[in-house]
Design a protein around this ligand. Structure first.
Ligand code: SF4
Length: 352
């Protein structure tokens, strides 16, 4: 699925992080953490659209689920809206990294909006799987969180064939037409362990349940969970930087607690850390969700250093080098602008 696969996670988890001298305060900093390729692409798409088209540029929903990113782009002229009918006719609107249903594309087209689709290619992959299995008349069991934008977008690809399974507790509610034609797909940012539990329960009910052609939980989500599993057993406290509506950030807190952290908290920034969390903590684990800029992690490290946790060990469980090209509509606009500039330059320089 990606060029930056986790090396053997079982092996990585088997090797403990460095052991500190007793009572030496330290930070275990998980890597990978922070921005994934899909978030980076979506944020750069808004920045380039602002540079090229000038403000305002409308964005349907939060471009990525991070308050700092959204507020920074707002200051530069992005206007975030809930639906395309809040965008003036003919204006430019960008669709977020979480993806949209075909109905959203249709409504935007009906109002003459210019669009840039910043859906992460790994979400688009799940959309395509849904379309393909629906065309084969499968019942599609989409494991994901009710109300999440990504789930709404994917479900909108084949509403008559898709039913949502919001975790293991909802498996008993599933009703299918033909148990021999059932496939599961998932949201990209789920807990790997919980999803496997949901799948196991679904398979107990539907033994012929098909798996997706490749992992739907994306490389970034998986890698960040492997990294936090590695630091959690050594940490009395794990701080996850990420916003409350960031699914993968919230999952990191759960995964840390499930894998031995004595406590784990999500914060948007250093200002939200409660000093009382440090009581009795020698080792503090730090990580961040896939939509979190590194500057917010650096601020947390500075905050911790000021309280005696200046010794930082980075615990690396995978290298990531995946990059996605910008959305095609934006590449087309930028290329046209480049060509126009070149033609202008050659006209200006030609003899009369
Ligand atoms: Fe894409 Fe995964 Fe990042 Fe979501 S978390 S934007 S699916 S790479």
């Amino acid at each position: 699925m990606t060029t930056d696969e986790t090396s053997d996670p079982a092996q990585l988890l088997a090797t403990p992080p460095p052991t500190p001298a007793p009572s030496a305060k330290r930070v275990l900093l998980a890597a990978p953490r922070g921005y994934c390729a899909g978030v980076d692409r979506a944020v750069v798409a808004v920045e380039k659209a602002l540079e090229h088209h000038g403000p305002p540029v409308y964005v349907r929903k939060q471009i990525v689920h991070n308050r700092h990113v959204v507020e920074t782009l707002e200051r530069r002229g992005a206007i975030f809206v809930d639906e395309t009918d809040q965008v003036p006719e003919g204006a430019l609107v960008i669709f977020s990294a979480h993806g949209v249903s075909p109905q959203v594309h249709e409504r935007a087209a009906a109002r003459g909006l210019r669009t840039i689709d910043a859906t992460c290619p790994l979400v688009t992959k799940v959309h395509k799987e849904a379309v393909r299995f629906a065309a084969d008349d499968h019942d599609i069991l989409l494991i994901g969180h009710a109300g999440h934008e990504e789930v709404e977008g994917t479900a909108g690809e084949a509403p008559a064939h898709i039913q949502l399974v919001d975790g293991p507790g909802h498996v008993d509610d599933v009703v299918v037409r033909d148990p021999a034609k059932v496939v599961w797909l998932s949201q990209t940012t789920l807990s790997v362990d919980e999803t496997m539990e949901t799948v196991a329960r679904l398979r107990a009910r539907f033994p012929l349940l098909q798996d997706p052609p490749s992992d739907d939980i994306c490389y970034a989500t998986q890698n960040r969970q492997v990294a936090v599993k590695k630091i959690a057993p050594e940490s009395e406290l794990v701080i996850v930087v990420g916003s409350s509506n960031s699914s993968n950030s919230v999952r990191l807190v759960e995964v840390a607690l499930e894998h031995g952290a004595r406590s784990a908290h999500r914060v948007d920034n250093a200002g939200e850390i409660d000093e009382a969390w440090l009581d009795g903590a020698t080792t503090v684990g730090v990580t961040s969700g896939a939509s979190v800029p590194e500057i917010l992690v650096r601020e947390v490290l500075t905050w911790l250093a000021e309280r005696g946790y200046a010794d930082v060990d980075e615990v690396v469980t995978a290298e990531e080098d995946l990059l996605f090209s910008l959305p095609k509509e934006l590449r087309r606009d930028l290329k046209a602008a480049r060509t126009a500039r070149q033609e202008q330059g050659s006209t200006a320089g030609s003899p009369v």
